[in-house]
Design a protein around this ligand. Structure first.
Ligand code: AMP
Ligand code: ZN
Length: 117
């Protein structure tokens, strides 16, 4: 069922503290932690605690929770003192999504080219 923890989901395990992560922020509905393979000096992932497979599913099923995730990206950028940063939701394998639990990448601390690859 949408939103229920999935046994085979890495990020559900991070939410449950069954897999360690460097958590930088946590709210009732979200967790933010450092990406294990950072692509910028600041690379933090913001996830909803509830399981949704991607950003599209999250937005459709739980728009208030999607707003919580977006608000947390701003809070992370603020804490990390990022003046400019990028928020990315890779959605679908063709866009580079590899973990099927919705997550926002918050990237900053270096110049970011546009358009991205
Ligand atoms: P995506 O490719 O958009 O699905 O992003 C998944 C991200 O999760 C990648 O940037 C990975 O480096 C990151 N990642 C995978 N495993 C872990 C982990 N155990 N802790 C933190 N980040 C992870
Ligand atoms: Zn999950």
């Amino acid at each position: 069922m949408a939103g229920e923890p999935q046994d085979d989901c890495l990020f559900c395990k991070i939410v449950a503290k069954q897999v360690p992560a460097t958590i930088v922020r946590e709210t009732d509905t979200t967790v933010a932690f450092r990406d294990i393979n950072p692509q910028a000096p600041t690379h933090v992932l913001v996830i909803p605690k509830a399981h949704h497979r991607d950003a599209a599913a999250l937005a459709a099923a739980a728009p208030d929770l999607a707003a919580d995730v977006l608000r947390e990206t701003q809070a992370v950028a603020d804490e990390e003192k990022l003046e400019s940063y990028r928020v990315v939701f890779n959605t679908g394998a063709g866009a580079g999504q590899t973990v099927w639990h919705a997550h926002a990448h918050v990237l900053g601390g270096r110049g970011l080219e546009w358009p991205p690859g």
